[in-house]
Structures are given as structure tokens and as C-alpha cells.
Write a protein that binds this ligand. Structure first.
Ligand code: HEC
Length: 143
């Protein structure tokens, strides 16, 4: 009987095929999933956006540079307040100068804060902090 000779490249090829199958299979066994904790956060942030719309914060504030210009851009407000949720709450509750006082429910507060956290997490988005270069690219004025 003739013995089957397998060349070295063929062994590599077969090994890679096997690894590919094992890897693919392992992905199907444990699909990419977000943890329930993250999922809750996303849901809260989504509801927070509705609170934002309900109280028309956009009339005076901008997100990503768009909105009313009476108050400051709030995209990165969470970071600006050193990630202090209580400071945000104080602004909602107390108001100041032209910023009206909002009597948000506890739930709405939590959702709105989660929403502002999520906008902050998208990066630094105030276009006034960028200058447009002649080649169409942007450069940040300040951090
Ligand atoms: C009638 C216009 C108006 C509306 C509506 C409004 N704000 Fe304001 N807001 C202001 C103004 C003006 C300031 C700045 C006050 C100051 O600096 O004296 C401010 C300040 C803030 C600040 C503090 C910003 C900082 O760092 O100084 C936060 C946070 C804030 N607003 C959140 C909200 C949220 C959330 C809503 C919606 C629920 C909202 N605002 C609706 C006018 C408004």
C-alpha cells in the first residue's frame, strides 16, 4: 500500500483551516454581546434624550455645536464638571440667571445625566474648539 505523504505547506494549510473552524465556531458559541449593565446604561441614555427633548434644553443649549446659543454647549458638560453628577443635578434643580429651574423627577434626572454622560463619551465635540485648515482637515485649538 502506498503511504500518503503530506507536504509541509499542506500541514500548515490544514492546521490553519482547523484553527479557522475552531475560531468561527467559538464565535457562534459566544456571540459578541454587551453586558446587561451596559445595556441598562444605553437604555437610560436613550430615555434621557427624550427628557432632553421634553424640556427643550436644545432651545438654549447646543450638542455638538448645534442648538440655541443662550447657554453653553453641553456635549462635554459631564467632563467639564469633573464627572460630578451632583453638580449636574444642582443645575437642573436650582437653575441660575437665564437658566430656568426644572423640577425633574428623580427618574428623569438619572436619565438626563446618563444622556449627558453618553454625549461626553463620544469625544470632544464642540466645533468652536477646532479650526479648519486649508486642506479641509481640522485641528483642535485647545484640549
Ligand atoms: C431658557 C434657556 C435655557 C433652557 C431651556 C435650559 N437652559 Fe441650561 N442654561 C441656560 C443658561 C443661560 C445657562 C448659563 C447660566 C450661567 O452661566 O449663568 C445654563 C446653564 C446650564 C448648565 C451649566 C453649564 C455650565 O457649566 O455653566 C447646565 C448643566 C444646564 N444648563 C443644563 C440644562 C438642561 C439639562 C436643560 C434642559 C432640561 C437646560 N439646561 C435648559 C439656559 C437654559
Amino acid at each position: 500500500m502506498k503511504s500518503i505523504k503530506i507536504s509541509v505547506p499542506a500541514i500548515f494549510f490544514i492546521a490553519l483551516c482547523l484553527l479557522f473552524l475552531v475560531f468561527s465556531f467559538s464565535i457562534y458559541l459566544k456571540p459578541y454581546s454587551i453586558s446587561t449593565f451596559q445595556k441598562n446604561e444605553f437604555e437610560l441614555a436613550g430615555k434621557g434624550r427624550l427628557v432632553w427633548q421634553k424640556y427643550n434644553c436644545q432651545a438654549c443649549h447646543q450638542l455638538y455645536g448645534l442648538g440655541g446659543y443662550l447657554g453653553p454647549d453641553l456635549t462635554n458638560e459631564f467632563r467639564k464638571l469633573n464627572k460630578n453628577e451632583d453638580a449636574l443635578r444642582a443645575f437642573f434643580k436650582g437653575g441660575m440667571k437665564q437658566m430656568p429651574q426644572f423640577n425633574l423627577s428623580k427618574e428623569e434626572e438619572i436619565q438626563l445625566i446618563e444622556f449627558l454622560k453618553s454625549t461626553d463619551a463620544t469625544g470632544n465635540a464642540d466645533p468652536r474648539k477646532y479650526k479648519i485648515l486649508s486642506n479641509g482637515m481640522t485641528e483642535q485649538y485647545e484640549k
